[in-house]
Design a protein around this ligand. Structure first.
Ligand code: ADP
Ligand code: MG
Length: 388
């Protein structure tokens, strides 16, 4: 079978001055004049750059500031604009990353850290969700998906990784998937991009099961390097449990189904995430499976996902509301309720008759509370739709 191909335009490229470890003064100035200044440009002043430019992270990536801010410099329309290359990056460049984290996760303090009780699996408890979808919201919901981003502690993060590290991760995961019992609803098949045709890949993307790749911002962060090696997707027989392997983060553990049974989706996620964690632990003999940071929890490539790494979303049909006030306005309404709106084909995608509504916060709050944010937001949008 032909391997899935890739547009070389999306290979990693260094911005010219960063490639020479020179502060991109003009571009940073432009970024500061934009409507939204990326968090990277807000924090990385010339003074801070001078202080950090020759530092290397102490982890396996040997990460640098030039690599960390490449996305924000190449794409002044980035919201965050920076990435970590290994777990150590966050602390080794704390003068840069801590303010970025605090700017993105408003109200979160790196000094205090998050003080969550129990393990993520314990907090992914549907019994603790105290709100319900309204009848109206339920009738408008097409599908529900909740995912957590996770990285494996024995490897660098992918922007700081190699072809080999990506392949080793995929090989390890393939072995873990093989241990899932045949009679489990989570049992399925691992499909690798190196054995997938473009048509097969596109079909999975159209079915909302697979990541798209080919994103200019992700390319600038190094997500797409060495494509298609080590990339893949695990899919349970009923297609309700999905793992993305090496999209950006090592793993996206996903639970999804048609309709609005949020609690069932959450419950499957909890069970599946614990199974993956135990499976990797058994396979590697390593106690610390997922990369965790003592202050904020799950470590991810993009500072926006750290913490719980969780995004719960519903696709909700609100055609009249979209027509009446438009996507930007809907997003503002969601933001005011701790939610976020996206197009229904993923981040930065087009909006037609439905909206992807999700929790916007990811850190310092228990997972079940983030699900509540999403439910409250969906109920509100349904109410607004009904009023038109
Ligand atoms: P993530 O935060 O997981 O990276 P993206 O916005 O990049 O999410 O979307 C990833 C994929 O998941 C896209 O194909 C998107 O359509 C799909 N998706 C997200 N939420 C839902 C949902 N509630 N129902 C069906 N598909 C969804
Ligand atoms: Mg995404």
């Amino acid at each position: 079978m032909p391997a899935s191909t890739y547009d070389p335009d999306y290979d990693f490229k260094f911005e010219d001055s960063l490639a020479h470890n020179i502060y991109p003064a003009e571009k940073m100035q432009k970024a500061r004049e934009a409507d939204h200044t990326s968090l990277a440009a807000q924090v990385c002043t010339p003074e801070l750059w001078d202080k950090l430019k020759d530092r290397k992270s102490t982890g396996p990536a040997g990460w640098t500031m030039a690599r960390a801010i490449n996305t924000g410099v190449m794409h002044p329309d980035s919201f965050v604009g920076c990435h970590a290359g290994d777990r150590e990056s966050y602390d080794d460049f704390s003068e840069f990353f801590y303010p970025v984290i605090e700017k993105y996760h408003k109200g979160f303090s790196m000094e205090k850290g998050s003080d969550l009780q129990g393990t993520p699996s314990e907090r992914m408890d549907p019994g603790r969700i105290s709100v319900d979808l309204s009848e109206s919201a339920r009738s408008k919901i097409i599908s529900t998906r909740i995912r957590v981003a996770r990285n494996l502690s024995m490897f660098p993060l992918n922007p700081g990784g190699s072809k080999e590290s990506r392949e080793e991760i995929a090989d390890l995961m393939e072995k873990v998937y093989a241990t899932i019992p045949d009679d489990s609803d989570l049992k399925g098949t691992f499909y690798r991009h190196t054995a997938m045709s473009d048509t097969e890949r596109q079909k999975l993307i159209d079915d909302h099961i697979l990541f798209r790749g080919g994103d200019r911002m992700q390319a600038a962060s190094g997500y797409h390097e060495h494509w298609p090696h080590g990339r893949g997707v695990y899919l349970s027989g009923d297609t309700q449990f999905v793992n993305w392997v090496n999209e950006g983060d090592h793993l996206r553990i996903i639970s999804m189904e048609q309709g609005g049974d949020v609690k069932a989706v959450f419950s499957r996620l909890s069970r599946a995430a614990a199974m993956i964690e135990n499976g990797v632990r058994a396979m590697t003999g390593q106690e610390d499976v997922f990369m965790m940071h003592p202050k904020f929890g799950a470590v991810t490539c993009c500072p926006s996902n750290i913490g719980t790494g969780m995004r719960g979303s519903v696709h909700i049909l609100v055609p009249k509301l979209i027509e009446a006030i438009g996507f930007e306005e809907i997003d503002k309404l969601c933001r005011a309720r701790n939610g976020q709106a996206r197009g229904s084909s993923g981040e930065h995608s087009e909006v037609i008759d439905r909206i992807d509504v999700s929790n916007w916060r990811r850190i310092g709050l228990p997972e079940y509370e983030l699900v509540e944010d999403m439910i409250n937001c969906a109920n509100y949008l349904a109410e607004r739709e009904d009023a038109l």
